[in-house]
Design a protein around this ligand. Structure first.
Ligand SMILES: Cc1cc2nc3c(=O)[nH]c(=O)nc-3n(C[C@H](O)[C@H](O)[C@H](O)COP(=O)(O)OP(=O)(O)OC[C@H]3O[C@@H](n4cnc5c(N)ncnc54)[C@H](O)[C@@H]3O)c2cc1C
Length: 492
């Protein structure tokens, strides 16, 4: 099975080189060995051309916010991949840069011996720039494949200003894509031409990551030039851990999701965002698991596209509420980032939001905190500090409080632009699901993206505001505050 045409994104004009030694899959953001259209495409080419498949999974150290936390999560996945592919017909090179820039030339060296290179589509962070640069440098075909969401990125031709409009569009178009699934089978089970070996001169210059590093050896991680002030989170990375969480969520929690999702004490969310972010878990696999859980088939889809959150899928209220987050909210952000390369710039906020925030630029900010005060959870607000402490320790904030967290940074910063910088810095440095299209959806939502105007207030203007007081009234927080209210901050 191959990837649908609509998911293929050739990045240069070179042809495949049939005399090459192997097909190279440059795994960048879809870090998994099943449910992956990019991998399916690489497998298809390997079969057609009767060449082995070689996977390069690399981890740079020079990217902004590289830390023990992000590395550990990614390394857990790499350990799994090495173990799974050991002794199989697929070559696998796990490379971790020992210093910034050390990996330069590795892709070119492998690509130069390959038939062609397949990689993952990803619409944000340094990935688009890195892949564009690679496309220019390589003298062989480089093709990116979109395995990011249920809706292929190319299917939407314009950005949507609100979830309602995007949902209506999904309801008209998604049906045809729901039956196009990537292969679920683990890669070693899929017959391929004999093993692709890694050339010795490549291994000499860019040696494979040590088993100690992949296994979690603290000294090996400490030797890397990354931010050691941000420690790993308790949760394990990798597909296995993501799947465990998915099945626990479906078996034990999904039924409570619609009523209790916003309640921090209820712990009724899936908690899947870190695995989705790192590509350890595919949205297709999650969707398929939900569909099986619901004994669902596409025949149940409604004919009418009314843009409403419930009723279109033909599933239980709980499953539909969950899919609205997984598909509508997750993918409106993918689509936006894909179509708007400047999505991380303040000036891409809707005009009404920029205007109203500018009208309130001179409103007094009292209190007004610095980045460091926010970072160290030193505000006057117990609830905000608790959310920041959860972020520091678990690399995540409960969704409802994440909204409050962002809104308050807007309220207590010297300007909306400074608030944006602070949110991006804190979210992307500490959140294990950070540096994701969803990061920019969530952060920019607090400033008005994907939202509408609300009654005017100080500082916020017509941008929706939130208060800790009303949050405390609406949701249960006793256990949350008990857990995070007094937790120590990190020594940063
Ligand atoms: C200021 C702010 C910053 C955020 N930063 C991030 C981030 O860095 N990374 C990230 O993945 N999400 C981010 N979000 C969105 C959201 O808070 C998280 O996706 C969600 O809390 C993850 O928890 P979960 O996996 O239990 O979600 P569930 O409720 O179980 O939802 C399932 C999946 O749907 C998607 N999803 C859920 N809520 C949203 C949402 N509001 N917007 C977009 N997708 C959503 C996620 O992929 C999530 O894993 C941010 C939101 C805000 C307000």
């Amino acid at each position: 099975m191959s990837a649908p045409e609509i998911r293929l994104h050739p990045l240069n004009d070179h042809d495949l080189r049939p005399e090459g030694e192997f097909v190279l899959y440059w795994m960048v953001t879809g870090r998994r060995l099943s449910w992956n259209f990019a991998l399916d495409r690489a497998v298809e080419l390997a079969r057609e051309l009767e060449k082995p498949l070689l996977i390069l999974e690399a981890l740079r150290v020079g990217y902004r916010w590289a830390s023990d936390r992000h590395h550990r999560f990614a390394l857990d996945g790499m350990r799994e991949h090495r173990a799974e592919l050991e002794g199989s017909d697929v070559g696998y090179h796990a490379y971790v840069e020992p210093e910034a820039g050390a990996g330069k030339g590795l892709l070119k060296a492998l690509a130069g011996r390959s038939v062609g290179v397949v990689t993952d589509v990803y619409p944000t962070f340094f990935v688009p720039r890195m892949q564009e640069a690679a496309a220019e440098k390589l003298d062989v075909r480089l093709e990116a494949v979109d395995s990011l969401g249920i809706l292929p990125l190319k299917a939407a031709e314009k950005t949507y200003s609100a979830a309602y409009h995007f949902r209506r569009f999904l309801q008209k178009t998604l049906g045809e894509h729901l039956t196009e699934m990537p292969v679920a089978r683990a890669l070693p089970d899929r017959p391929l031409p004999a093993a692709g070996h890694i050339p010795d001169e490549v291994l000499d210059r860019w040696p494979a990551a040590s088993q100690e590093l992949l296994d979690g050896d603290e000294d090996a991680l400490a030797a890397l030039p990354i931010d050691h002030e941000v420690p790993p989170v308790g949760a394990r990375g990798g597909t296995e851990a993501g799947r465990d969480r998915l099945s626990a969520f479906l078996d034990e929690t999904l039924a409570r999701y619609p009523d209790e999702r916003n309640d921090p004490d209820a712990d009724a969310q899936s908690g899947l965002s870190p695995w989705l972010h790192w590509g350890h878990l595919s949205a297709h696999e999650v969707f398929d698991a939900v569909a099986k859980h619901e004994e669902w088939s596409p025949a149940r889809l409604a004919n009418e596209a009314d843009g409403k959150r419930h009723g279109w899928w033909g599933m239980s209220e709980a499953a539909e509420a969950f899919l609205d987050e997984l598909v509508t909210w997750r993918e409106i952000g993918h689509s936006y980032c894909w179509l708007e390369p400047d999505h991380a710039d303040y000036d891409t906020l809707p005009e009404w939001a920029r205007e109203t925030l500018a009208d309130h630029a001179d409103d007094p900010r009292d209190p007004c905190y610095t980045l460091e005060e926010f970072r160290d959870a030193r505000t006057h607000d117990e609830l905000w500090n608790a959310a920041q402490r959860q972020l520091l320790h678990e690399g995540i904030i409960h969704n409802y409080l994440r909204m409050l967290w962002g809104k308050k940074i807007l309220e207590w910063s010297e300007s909306p632009r400074r608030a944006l910088e602070i949110m991006i810095e804190l979210n992307n440095r500490f959140a294990v699901d950070g540096r994701d299209p969803n990061s920019y959806s969530g952060i920019f939502w607090t400033l008005g993206r994907f939202d509408r105007g609300w009654p005017e207030r100080e500082v916020f203007g017509k941008v929706r505001s939130m208060t800790s007081k009303s949050t405390r009234r609406k949701v249960d927080l006793d256990r949350y505050l008990e857990r995070w209210g007094d937790a120590p901050t990190l020594s940063l």
